[in-house]
Ligand binder design. Structure first.
Ligand code: NAD
Ligand code: UDP
Length: 308
């Protein structure tokens, strides 16, 4: 079996990915600075697992031979990536270069966790991989959006210049157990608010849309992409598109809460609509999501109910 390095492995998606790689019998090296991730997410992991507390903005040296790298190290919630935007840019540039350098040294294949945010506030709907995006280069989301765009550029330049084997996944909004209660993203916010009987905070009118993918489907997509011949970028997400208001109504119904909805100011540059075209993932990876929103929300609500 392989030795696989997962950066951001103590985070939400990363912890599920580590679990899946361990279940396949791989050795997993989990690298995380614990900014948004937590040891709780990786505590129960079974198998050949090593945790390395490290910030990818600093160079990383690994002695044993690494076969594959999944690079997920980057805060994903607007609240967190805007907390120290310069560090967010550094993680996606300097950190990305460190991971590509590591891949080069080890002859390892590297998968970059990119994002639907590279499409910005999209003018094409649904978004295909061929769309170049509509991103504000100087706004409050730019540290993340432009950071992830330059990370993709670095992957392709390292591939062209140094023949590194790259895989680029464009991940659309993903949710599920192991999201942090204070993460700030919409699904965790609404569930935590509903369970506490507190007001559900909709930013703007709630007419903006997102397409929500359950984490087990996302992990299956990441594994399929890493082990395929497709370099990407490949969209990974659930094409089921919902308004934020519909999401709130779903969560209110499923939790049976008495929480009321309150409307708050829409943050700057908040994309109006988002839906992945997953034809490429379907054709090249034979992948498509299987967990629909209601089922995924039930699992996530059960997780937050237990962990509160
Ligand atoms: P998360 O915040 O739960 O996980 C990120 C992990 O990276 C955390 O454990 C954090 O401590 C760690 N980290 C952050 N900066 C680091 C650094 N400089 N060095 C080392 N570790 C660092 O978020 P997530 O939702 O699990 O996202 C994982 C990856 O997937 C991120 O790269 C994110 O951009 C990408 N992504 C996620 C989504 C989503 O909806 N969840 C959507 C698009 C892209
Ligand atoms: N959102 C909201 N209330 C919240 C958190 C988020 O209405 O408490 C909205 C947010 O403005 C955005 C959508 O939900 O339109 C998704 O936000 P999230 O931060 O989860 O993801 P992203 O905007 O990065 O897709």
């Amino acid at each position: 079996m392989a030795t696989i390095l997962v950066t951001g492995g103590a985070g939400f998606i990363g912890s599920h990915l580590c679990a899946a790689l361990l279940a396949q019998g791989n050795k997993v090296l989990c690298v995380d600075n614990l900014f948004t991730g937590s040891k709780k997410n990786i505590q129960g992991l079974d198998g050949d697992f090593e945790f390395i507390q490290h910030d990818i903005i600093d160079p990383l040296f690994i002695e044993e031979k690494v076969d594959q790298i999944y690079n997920l190290a980057c805060p994903a919630s607007p609240t967190h990536y805007q907390h120290n935007p310069i560090r967010t840019v550094k993680a996606n540039t300097i950190g990305m270069m460190h991971m590509l350098g590591l891949a080069r040294k080890h002859g390892a294949r590297i998968l970059q966790a990119s994002t639907s945010e590279v499409y910005g506030d999209p003018r094409e709907h649904p978004q295909q991989e061929t769309y170049w995006g509509n991103v504000n280069p100087i706004g409050i989301r730019s540290c993340y959006d432009e950071g992830k765009r330059v990370a993709e550029t670095l992957c392709f330049d390292y591939h062209r210049e140094h023949n590194i084997e790259i895989r680029v996944a464009r991940i659309f909004n993903t949710y599920g157990p192991n999201m942090a209660a204070d993460d700030g993203r919409v699904v965790s916010n609404f569930i935590v608010q509903a369970l506490a009987g507190k007001p559900i905070t909709i930013y703007g009118t709630g007419k903006q849309t997102r397409s929500f993918c359950y984490v087990s489907d996302m992990v299956a997509g990441l594994l399929a992409l890493m082990n395929s011949d497709e370099r990407g970028p490949v969209n990974l997400g659930n094409p089921g598109e919902f308004t934020v208001l519909e999401l709130a109504e779903n969560i209110i119904a499923l939790t049976n809460t008495k929480s009321e909805i309150v409307f708050q100011e829409l943050p700057a540059d908040d994309p109006q609509q988002r839906q992945p075209d997953i034809t490429l993932a379907n054709n090249k990876l034979g992948w498509q999501p299987t967990v629909q929103l209601e089922e995924g929300l039930k699992q996530t609500i059960a997780y937050f109910t237990k962990s509160q």
